[in-house]
Design a protein around this ligand. Structure first.
Ligand code: HEC
Length: 132
């Protein structure tokens, strides 16, 4: 390879590396501005939370009531464990299964993103709007 060819290849490789690092550092499943403007997926997750009235058992601010505080739970649960808990439920412990709800099944990623944002303290309780 010529000298310029090498330089170009190196520059390309470094750019690729930079991109990889940028993606790896940004592991949050949600985007938020000012605490209440969120990306579409997260917004749909919040709407699902409201529509299915998860707050009946977990509290309007996810602080926990009959069910545990999801602010705390989401610090521990992996995304797969989260999905499993919500879709399959824990019937013997009082957590219903939501795999029969089309809205939950379709918005499970958004639901996770929303609750993760609440758990991280990045998303405020209450109404959300779409981030433009
Ligand atoms: C009828 C009450 C009730 C409703 C409604 C309810 N939950 Fe739960 N949930 C519980 C209880 C009780 C537990 C604790 C189960 C246990 O002890 O393992 C739980 C556990 C969970 C867990 C696992 C927490 C952990 O630390 O392992 C998640 C996640 C969760 N609920 C999310 C939701 C979501 C999302 C909704 C709405 C779609 C919802 N729940 C609706 C009662 C409820």
């Amino acid at each position: 390879m010529t000298k310029t060819g090498w330089a170009a290849a190196m520059a390309f490789a470094l750019a690729g590396l930079g991109l990889g690092l940028a993606v790896a550092a940004d592991d949050k499943p949600y985007q938020v501005a000012e605490g209440n403007k969120v990306d579409k997926t997260t917004l749909e997750g919040w709407r699902t939370w409201r529509a299915l009235a998860c707050e009946r058992c977990h509290g309007a601010r996810q602080e926990g009531m009959v069910g545990p505080s999801l602010i705390e739970s989401l610090k521990q649960l992996s995304k797969d464990e989260f999905k499993q808990s919500v879709l399959k439920g824990r019937l013997d412990k009082g957590m219903p299964n939501f795999d029969g709800s089309k809205m939950v099944v379709e918005n499970i990623d958004g639901l996770y993103a929303y609750l993760k944002g609440r758990s991280d303290g990045a998303i405020k309780p209450g109404r959300l709007e779409e981030l433009k």
